[in-house]
Design a protein around this ligand. Structure first.
Ligand SMILES: [Zn+2]
Length: 461
């Protein structure tokens, strides 16, 4: 079994006290020991990594994303969520498996380069006859080498049924349930070291019917997998729910049986005090995506209030089309600044922001036993941030340098003990090729959309 020893490193384990200069020992895909000072009894054959000048944190966990949107960045730049969606649905209707593969390769590579070791992906547009889009994303994740939690998304409530999306991008209920069942049966791995776990994820109250929501919940609970959707993102959604269902989004989810410890919700920006209480009482998690919320002018989620009342919160970059090139580690800073802008300077500390990005994310994905902290017995997913650069070295506290400042370079990213990033370079797939795959996916999607008459970059801008 391969062994790795990281030495002379500042360790912020998230669980337990920080260690100013210590070691982390890894055997196979697990952390077996960590502590202050030099390594006691490391075997002669172990790979030694000198962590001098570095901060070790748990690998970051991204709990909300739409990887395919890498191919449609830079469009509808000044739109509200609903305007943005209406501009982009028809572009997305033209995507195929090749677009998804390229977009996911670039998107996941980009995440790894900001310290992310586990990512979810909420894919909810499945145009007919365009190949196996879910398989394409899973294949890309395997190549990039980070843990992947694809959420099989869905929409069945098109314009003709009072929903927001055009009918051309929605699916029939029976087709959705069959495809979702097949996705879980084919790809979901519940094991401790799992690299792929599948969730069930109807898109939102304004694009999924109540029947799809309840049937999806029943399916997920039967299969023992998690549930995910968008909720309470904008005031437009609030109005839509009042008009169509006679109640606000959290109450609607409660009615549909969609609150519980197996559910995490993207955004949760517009919550009443009673809404926060319902999330806390049911153990429902939240994926906070501050850059996307800022880009779309959606509002600022009450993260400090949710934390104070015991709601689990993780971070997400959201799809790249609503938060262009957002690095996951940067969302710690965005979260901290947004909360302080709303509630004052003691609303969120640097260490709380780090916890959101790690343990909070692991809890959202149901993986807090395996991920989210640096502890013996957990998977060896970690990031080594270089905080001794000529500028970052001037910041007194390495965790402050990571969260308050611009992103420090990464000396190393390990996923299950495997080096995915070394000295700021992706090592699992050639970094240039990953970037080109994303750019090619963008050009291909724009061309396919134009050919299909679904819209173009010019119209969507
Ligand atoms: Zn989203």
């Amino acid at each position: 079994m391969s062994e790795i020893v990281i030495e002379n490193v500042h360790i912020a384990p998230v669980a337990g006290p920080e260690i100013e200069s210590g070691y982390i020992r890894i055997e196979g895909d697990r952390i077996v020991a960590l502590g202050p000072g030099p390594t006691p009894g490391a075997p002669a054959g172990a790979t030694r990594i000198d962590g001098t000048g570095c901060l070790a944190t748990p690998g970051l966990v991204n709990t909300h994303h739409h990887l395919y949107q890498w191919a449609s960045q830079g469009l509808a730049q000044d739109a509200t969520l609903f305007e943005w969606l209406v501009a982009l649905y028809r572009v997305w209707a033209a995507m195929d498996a090749e677009v998804v593969k390229g977009a996911a390769t670039a998107g996941l590579g980009w995440l790894a380069l900001s310290g992310c070791t586990t990512s979810s992906d909420h894919h909810y547009v499945f145009p007919k006859g365009r190949g196996d889009l879910l398989a394409a994303a899973i294949e890309a994740a395997g190549e990039v080498g980070i843990r992947f939690h694809p959420a099989r998304g869905s929409m069945d409530r098109g314009e003709s049924r009072g929903g927001l999306p055009p009918d051309v991008v929605v699916e029939e209920l029976d087709d959705i349930l069959a495809a979702t069942t097949a996705a879980v049966d084919t790809y979901h791995d519940p094991s401790f070291s799992s690299m792929v776990r599948v969730a069930v994820a109807p898109c939102s109250p304004f694009s999924a019917s109540g029947e799809l929501m309840t049937e999806s919940a029943a399916l997920a609970r039967d299969k023992g997998v998690r549930l995910h959707t968008h909720l309470a993102e904008t005031l437009d959604e609030d109005r839509h729910c009042m008009e169509q269902f006679g109640m606000r989004p959290v109450d609607y989810m409660e009615k549909l049986g969609w609150l519980g410890p197996d559910v995490w919700l993207a955004h949760t920006v517009h919550l009443s005090e009673a809404d926060v209480g319902k999330l806390a009482a049911t153990g429902t998690g939240s994926a906070h995506c501050p850059s996307s919320n800022g880009r779309l002018g959606a509002g600022i989620a009450p993260v400090a209030e949710m934390l104070r009342r015991g709601v689990n919160v993780g971070l997400g970059v959201d799809g790249s089309a609503s938060s262009e090139l957002t690095p996951l580690a940067g969302e710690m800073r965005q979260a901290l600044l947004f909360q302080r802008a709303r509630y004052g300077p003691d609303a969120l500390t640097a260490r709380q922001a780090l916890e959101l990005a790690t343990l909070g994310g692991a809890r959202n994905l149901g993986r807090e036993r395996e991920l989210g902290t640096l502890e013996p017995g957990k998977l060896a997913d970690l990031a080594l941030w270089r905080v001794d650069g000529p500028f970052t070295a001037a910041v007194m506290d390495p965790v402050c340098a990571l969260v308050f400042g611009p992103l420090p370079p990464l000396a190393r990213v390990l996923v299950g003990g495997r080096s995915v990033v070394v000295d700021g370079e992706l090592r699992t797939v050639p970094q240039d090729a990953a970037g080109r795959a994303g750019a090619d996916a963008h050009r291909r999607l724009m061309r396919l959309a134009e050919e299909a008459g679904f819209g173009s970059a010019g119209q969507a801008r």
